[in-house]
Design a protein around this ligand. Sequence first.
Ligand code: GRG
Length: 294
Amino acid sequence: MTNTLKNFMDEHILIIDDVLYSLVGKIIAPEQLKDSMLYSLKAGGKRIRPLFVLAVCELFNNKLKEAYTIGAAVEMIHTYSLIHDDLPSMDNDDLRRGKPTNHVVYGEALATLAGDALNTLSFGILARMENVPPAIKVELINLLSVAAGAEGMVGGQVLDIDGESRSLNLEELEQVHVNKTGALLRFSIEAGAVLSEASEEERRVLVEFAHHIGLAFQIQDDILDIEGTSEELGKTAGKDLASNKSTYPGILTIAGAKDKLAEHYEIAISLLEKLNGDTTILKELAEYIVRRNK
Ligand code: GRG
């Protein structure tokens, strides 16, 4: 990782964390529910989605305070999706990021409710943002609802589950991931543009960038599941090859998946050249995604 990206992360992640914890800390709710929500928020996520919101806002020199709130909202949705994804009725995983999953610590009922509470809180914090014109808040809330719901992440999860019982072709696999993984990344990038009141053309370019980054992210995730250099090694390594689940390496071979990853990365980077302003951080975040080892 370059120093520029490291400084960007060091500067923003501390604030993202503070904002997240204080937003949950100050709600009036049963303590065990707040503990369960905070447990997963504090379990060591990379904060990629909030970092993308901030990177786009920095590109347009805009409204960082509100960008942290939007980043917190998308991180809450992401965290809820992981809690629910790990439940016995879904993936039934005992470990996430090397730590016991939420339901292992708090029980299935509270874990389900902590996910529900994070999901709903995310929309509330967007609605309560100060210094953002109401029309922009409504647009952000609408975009997040589409990205997180049936037309986005939840729909993608359903396609993914459906795909476990049969082999998907490349087009179908892309459809799963455009929704399941891509939708929240796209929201993060588009939300930065909406908050910054970017032009239609800038927004279009950024959404296309997000599309390729989302797919690159998932391909790297599939490759890591097999090459397993992360703390998840032993838990997920080889898992997707052993199960019926369709993956990029499964369809394309590992070498083919790496080529596809490079293709999406190159397209994403070339799209950034269409934007005015300093796109260094966006470029480096894209590189971080394709080179990450966890
Ligand atoms: C259960 C409603 C519901 C949705 C589940 C997103 C999702 C849909 C499930 C999560 C499981 C999974 C492997 C999703 C693919 C996306 C992905 C690679 C998530 C991990 O994101 P990172 O790497 O996670 O940003 P960290 O741990 O850094 O926060």
